[in-house]
Design a protein around this ligand. Sequence first.
Ligand SMILES: Cc1cc2nc3c(=O)[nH]c(=O)nc-3n(C[C@H](O)[C@H](O)[C@H](O)COP(=O)(O)OP(=O)(O)OC[C@H]3O[C@@H](n4cnc5c(N)ncnc54)[C@H](O)[C@@H]3O)c2cc1C
Length: 589
Amino acid sequence: MTIVNETYDVIIVGGGGAGQRAALETASSGANVALISKVFPTRSHTVSAQGGINAALGNIDKGDSWECHMFDTIRGSDYLGDQDSIEYMCSQASRTVIELEHMGMPFSRNEDGTIYQRAFGGQTLDFGKGGQAHRTCPAADRTGHAMLHTLFQQNVKAKTRFFHEWFAIDLLKSGPQKVSGILAMCLETGELRVFHAKAVVLATGGAGRIYASTTNAYSCTGDGLGMVYRAGFPLQDMEMWQFHPTGVAGVGCLITEGARGEGGILRNSEGERYMERYAPIQKDLACRDVVSRSSALEMKAGRGCGPRGDYMHLDLTHLPQETLQERLPGISDLARTFANVDVSKEPIPVVPTCHYMMGGIPTNKYGQVLTQDKLGKDTFVEGLYAAGECACVSVHGANRLGANSLLEIVVFGRAVGHHINDHIGDIAHEKNAEFDASLEKALGRVGFWRQGGGGESIDEVIQDMKKIMQEDFGVFRDGKNMQEGLAKLDVVRRRLAHASISDKSLAFNTRLVSAFELENMMAVAYTTAMAALARKESRGAHSRVDFPDRDDKNWHKHSLAFEGDRASTRAVNMQPNHVDPFPLQEREH
Ligand SMILES: Cc1cc2nc3c(=O)[nH]c(=O)nc-3n(C[C@H](O)[C@H](O)[C@H](O)COP(=O)(O)OP(=O)(O)OC[C@H]3O[C@@H](n4cnc5c(N)ncnc54)[C@H](O)[C@@H]3O)c2cc1C
């Protein structure tokens, strides 16, 4: 098959909030930009974000400040977040939300016309001393939908070139630390194409699909992480996965934290509001890691609900009808459709469910992808950027605060765009022997799946991987189980080298896409397992039964995982640029 070559200034892989915000910034300043997305852009997972986006606008709490938002984010991260990045995100939050409002995003409103703000977990006033903050800006409970459609309209106006339903397969390198393009496949025709670019931006979203039970869309398979891993660059903090306390039991789809922000209460089989015991101050609005662990402990103690005691109740029955209709219409629908529950009359059965990947592709606050030389020194990968959930810039550290991710994707999507606009003049398109060699390697992978045959089906491999992740790398972890889990996972990943797909057709070959996605998920799962076993402490979402305490002396650092099972670490950046650092402290709830 002849391969067409196309050349752009910027290639963006991903049409979610991060990819579209980066595309808008670069396209509207005149760059020649192509955005590649395996799903139609407005179907990216961002569309399902419910609760809102954080910014200390102070519309409800008059004295609120971005510095306070910064403190909450650092504390929520269990001090693993990089303080320069968190400072940048929180200080940019208000102008970013106003900018979205001016682009036409239909936020919910207060009586006086300002943007409504609701309570969300882990948000406080006066640096933890002033009680619950109202900092989360919603568009009812369909905030991601409103955001993504707003950004799409702006991109159409800015003449971003969209490649809908194209699948990015691999990065193409023109040097050991330089990326100059990607290989992608058109899903409709099976055509392969080489996209040359001065800058490649990965905005491929999360990877929750490595777990058996997740709130994430089918498309969240960690493709950008797989590409980076195969290119020899590291993944960071992969042990840090957030379990959301309120996924609908047995289904996985999410009931937003906004439901508790509007007054919803978690109850056990005895009807007790158990969060009062675990987090006397923040109660149901404690950080997600705390609430998820509390629910798991309640079920373990035999106070779970239902015949098998395997879920908890989220009670909204005491909320006024107007609140349910105006602020929570989406989740009322969801509960009816997936749990057959009328939220005004009965509680919703909920269970902690894999929700968000705090780790990812390490970047600095401009979105430049970082790698590490053999001496442990940080260096940049020229021409490669990452933003959004696939990146680890690290604003969430060991635990993300609700509504900080929609903020992250627009703040750092724009930051990447700025950096590219400022530097694109210095970068050249590059096509050399190394580029040809990396194309050859990528085509080899395509050939393996298209021409190979006879091995076991990929379906078995996928199911076994998900089961191991769910059982051995969930809310609570312990060394023995993880050791066994890692050994089982090693066997499963070796099976992948002999697996095959039976569909060899070119048009809409969804099996081939699943095979590529599985390779990417396996990289994510294996690095998660390795990093989780290695981190011998409990911090944020990483909770070890055999090491229950945080160990700042040995583990206040990021973990790095490279292909070939090589591990390393990076220091946490504790040095903001404009305010004093927030020193390590105990986390209180
Ligand atoms: C149910 C749910 C509710 C949430 N609610 C909130 C909330 O209220 N507030 C909040 O702050 N956060 C929320 N989050 C988290 C937040 O929505 C996500 O972290 C964020 O939207 C991710 O955006 P993104 O742009 O990084 O990726 P995504 O929106 O996931 O987009 C990824 C893009 O990459 C493309 N892509 C991936 N792989 C490839 C490939 N190989 N080739 C081509 N294209 C590819 C996809 O097509 C897609 O366009 C929620 C998450 C979920 C799952």
